[in-house]
Every structure is written in structure tokens, then in C-alpha cells.
Design a protein around this ligand. Structure first.
Ligand SMILES: Cc1cc2nc3c(=O)[nH]c(=O)nc-3n(C[C@H](O)[C@H](O)[C@H](O)COP(=O)(O)OP(=O)(O)OC[C@H]3O[C@@H](n4cnc5c(N)ncnc54)[C@H](O)[C@@H]3O)c2cc1C
Length: 439
């Protein structure tokens, strides 16, 4: 008799972690991945003349990403993990100021040096130290910050970030627990992997294959159904049967591919709000930030047409990319935003004037080439009392499990939490076999 068969849909960090956990239990695991490689949203691309890959969407870890560090140790790849301290800057009246340490926050001129700076500091310390996020999910960032940090601090410091991350549409309705989580767990030191995130995903995939996990690339799952204790997947037009399935896609994709789910669960999936991301990756002949800054928070109110400019080669060594200086220009947007239908060249023309605001010497001739990366599911939006709206990982459909970025909470989505939710999902799958033999 064969082992219990488990299908995992998606070879992102979540799907691969669940496969690792379940392979250890001796189950027969198949991962179905729609694209040609592992990594999901954290995947990267590599031009022939580069030694390292560039992430499609800017990615780093924090030293506080405990689930990732445990995973590195379990996979035996700690020696490839690199910790760095690049500089993040904020804009104020035409200039950029470092903003990633207590000292730099104290020196930042945006709030003056009186009462507002003190309120800003006290609110920051409170959010860093308190563990009680639950009362904060009952209110919005907008209301809480205006009350406790004050109008000026909120308007200068946090509102531009909340608008940038969630758009005008959602900026006033995002709950305060989301903001708490940012203060509570993030480190200023940032972490990456030798070769880039794609190199880690490739290593992870190979380790899984060595443990007997089958990873099927270019395998698009179209439908999931459940009957008589078995789960059936329709993959590239053909059906295959399993004992359990874990889906790691977006709630909208889950709803579409699993029409048998009860109406209440389906509606819960469809009610979840999220934004997409459009990122233009630009290769330059020269370094853009002469100061070597890595991350620029750009306020839209100051006329910047995107949220974050990230100079990747001020974080990773430029020699690994054939001497090309790599920039990301990124934004989170509603999926009907015009940027989703613009070409790379059109976006470059729109974004390029901002480069001169960072370095007045910049000239369009500095641009070598560009790549355009889009995702329609990039950032879940946690509304007030979100904890009550999170779909269960164990769905009401027998044998079918679901773990996505939208169920990560109160922390903001990220690979660390994809790993964490995957551990919970794999524990539930394992528990569902309790009392049954492996075979
Ligand atoms: C702009 C941006 C910046 C980010 N920055 C960071 C960061 O700095 N640090 C960090 O830790 N995280 C960051 N994240 C978040 C991080 O990428 C995600 O939280 C994480 O990758 C989610 O992993 P996952 O396995 O849950 O899902 P995904 O990575 O989305 O994996 C799902 C997989 O399913 C596959 N798939 C889709 N449809 C099908 C189908 N029908 N059949 C089969 N397979 C299918 C997809 O190709 C994908 O590989 C960022 C995300 C974005 C968009």
C-alpha cells in the first residue's frame, strides 16, 4: 500500500516549508508550482553576466525573523546568510535624512525638537514594548495615531507611509495592530543570502527533492475538489488524487479553484481586501545615491510617483551584477491602477524625473536597461477586527487546507510569516491523520 499522499499547491516559501515539515513525517509529498521555478513572490531573475540573482520585488529579512533563522539552521545553510546594515532615509523639504536608529530619528528635522519629537519617541517606545495588540485592532492607525502621537507627528511621519503602503482608499481604515507589528518586531539590521533570495529558494527546493519531495514545475492547478475522503486536483487539464491538499495561493485564486467550498467560507475569502504591486527594476551605469543609501521612503504628497526607491546595489555588492547598479521603483496599487497596463518604458519615463531629486547629476543616459515586475496579489489590507475575518486554515471542505498571506496576522506578511503559517498548516494536516497509519 502507498503512503498517504499530500499535494501542496505553490512552491513559495510557505508551500516549501509545509513540504519540509510533512516530508519529515514520512508522507508522500508533491508540490505543484505553476511557474518554472521555486520562490513565489520572493523569487528572482539573473542575467547571464550576473553572478547573483536580483529579486523580482525588493526583499530582505530582519534579524528578528526567528522562523527564517530556524529554517536556515534546519536546512544547514546558515553559512550563506549575510547580515548587513544598509541605510533607510526619509524625505523632508527636498532632502533625505537617515531614519533607522534611535539617534537618526532624534536628529531627523521633520518634527522639530520639541513636544512633537517627544510624543513621537514615547509612542514608538510604547509600541515597541507593549505586547497587547488586540485592543489596537479595534481602531484604525489613523484614529490611534492622531490621538496618541498627535496631528503633526501623524501627518509628517506616518500618514505618508500608510497612504503609500495602502493607497488613499485604504489609508484611513487599516487597523492599528498592523502598525504595532511593524514597531514591535522589525530590526534595523537587514539580512540576505549569498546569491540572492532565488539562490535560497533553489537550495531549499534541492534539499526537499533530496528528501523525496516531488516538485512539479509548470504545473498549473486549475481545480480542487473533494469526495469520498479523497481530494482531486485538476493540473494542466489532467486529474490526480490525493489524501490532503494544502493551497498557498491568494484568497481569490482559492475561491475560484475550489467552487465546492461552502458559501460562507467562499464569501469570507472574497471579502478579504488586498493590493497588487508594480515594480520597475532599473539598471544604471552609475550609483544613484552618492551617500550609499539603500531605501528611500518617498511621500506621494511631495510629487513622487511611486512609494519606494530601493538601490539594491547599496545592499548587495555591485560586482555580483557585472558592475550594473540596480534600482527598484516600487508601489502598492489597486489592480485597476493605470500602472498595471503601462509598459516598462512608459513607467521609466514617469519615474525618471525622481532620480534627479536623489542625485542632481543623474542623466537619462545612465540607464542601461529595465525590467517590469507585477503582482496582482502583493499586500493584504487588515481592516478593523481583522482577526474575526481570517479564514480557517482547515477549510470546511474535507481534506482541503489553505494558508496565504491574508491569514498572516497581526504581523505584516513576509517570508518569515509564510514559514510560520506553513508550520501551523502542516501541523493541522498531520493532526488530521491522527489514529490512521502512515500507509
Ligand atoms: C513588493 C514586495 C516586497 C516584499 N518584500 C519582502 C521582504 O523584504 N521580505 C520578506 O520576507 N517578504 C517580503 N515580501 C512578502 C513575501 O514575498 C511573501 O510574504 C512570501 O513570499 C509569501 O510566500 P507564500 O508561499 O505564502 O506565497 P507565494 O510566494 O505567493 O507562493 C505561491 C506560489 O504559488 C504559485 N502558483 C500560483 N498559482 C498557481 C496555480 N494555479 N498552480 C500552481 N501554482 C500556482 C506561484 O507561482 C507561487 O510560486 C514582499 C512582497 C512583495 C510583493
Amino acid at each position: 500500500m502507498d503512503s498517504k499522499k499530500i499535494a501542496i499547491v505553490g512552491a513559495g516559501f510557505g508551500g516549501m516549508t509545509a513540504a519540509l515539515d510533512l516530508a519529515k513525517e514520512g508522507y508522500d509529498i508533491t508540490i505543484f508550482e505553476g511557474t518554472g521555478g521555486p520562490g513565489g513572490l520572493a523569487a528572482g531573475f539573473k542575467e547571464p553576466e550576473w553572478e547573483w540573482s536580483v529579486e523580482n520585488f525588493y526583499h530582505h529579512w530582519f534579524t528578528s525573523d526567528a522562523y527564517m533563522f530556524r529554517l536556515f539552521a534546519e536546512l544547514g545553510v546558515e553559512d550563506k546568510v549575510l547580515v548587513r546594515h544598509p541605510t533607510t532615509v526619509m524625505y523632508y523639504k527636498g532632502k533625505f535624512y537617515p531614519f533607522d536608529s534611535i539617534l537618526s530619528a532624534l536628529l531627523y528635522p521633520g518634527l522639530g525638537f520639541g513636544l512633537n519629537k517627544i510624543r513621537f519617541g514615547l509612542v514608538g517606545v510604547y509600541l515597541r514594548l507593549t505586547r497587547r495588540w488586540q485592543p489596537m485592532e479595534k481602531t484604525t492607525v489613523d484614529a490611534w495615531m492622531r490621538k496618541w502621537a498627535g496631528e503633526k507627528v501623524y501627518r509628517e511621519m506616518w500618514e505618508p507611509m500608510v497612504i503609500g503602503k495602502f493607497t488613499e482608499k485604504f489609508a484611513k481604515v487599516v487597523n492599528m495592530a498592523w502598525m504595532w507589528a511593524r514597531f514591535h518586531v522589525r530590526s534595523t539590521k537587514l539580512v540576505t543570502y549569498e546569491g540572492g533570495f532565488q539562490a535560497f529558494a533553489n537550495d531549499f527546493g534541492h534539499i526537499l527533492q533530496n528528501k523525496g519531495v516531488s516538485i512539479r514545475y509548470n504545473a498549473v492547478v486549475e481545480k480542487v475538489s473533494s469526495a469520498n475522503g479523497k481530494v482531486t486536483l485538476k493540473v494542466n487539464g489532467r486529474t490526480e488524487e490525493f489524501d490532503r491538499v494544502l493551497v498557498t495561493l491568494s484568497p481569490a485564486q482559492m475561491a475560484k479553484m475550489t467552487p465546492q467550498l461552502p458559501q460562507e467560507y467562499l464569501q469570507g475569502l472574497l471579502d478579504l481586501q488586498s493590493l497588487g504591486a508594480v515594480v520597475l527594476v532599473v539598471s544604471l551605469k552609475h550609483q544613484l545615491s552618492k551617500e550609499g543609501y539603500y531605501w528611500f521612503n518617498l511621500p506621494k504628497a511631495a510629487g513622487f510617483p511611486f512609494l519606494a526607491l530601493v538601490e539594491h546595489t547599496n545592499f548587495q555588492p555591485v560586482e555580483k551584477f557585472g558592475g550594473e547598479h540596480i534600482l527598484y521603483c516600487g508601489d502598492y496599487l489597486a489592480t485597476d491602477h493605470e500602472y498595471f497596463s503601462m509598459s516598462a518604458d512608459e513607467l521609466l519615463a514617469k519615474f525618471m524625473p525622481s532620480f534627479s531629486r536623489i542625485n542632481p547629476e543623474f542623466k537619462p543616459e545612465w540607464v542601461n536597461r529595465v525590467w517590469l515586475k507585477k503582482s496582482y496579489y502583493a499586500q493584504p489590507v487588515p481592516l478593523v477586527n481583522h482577526s474575526k475575518n481570517i479564514p480557517e486554515i482547515k477549510t470546511p471542505l474535507p481534506g482541503v487546507y489553505f494558508a496565504s498571506m491574508s491569514q498572516v496576522y497581526p504581523y505584516d506578511r513576509g517570508t518569515n510569516f509564510a514559514v510560520e503559517i506553513a508550520h501551523r498548516a502542516s501541523a493541522l494536516v498531520k493532526e488530521s491523520f491522527a489514529g490512521e497509519s502512515l500507509k
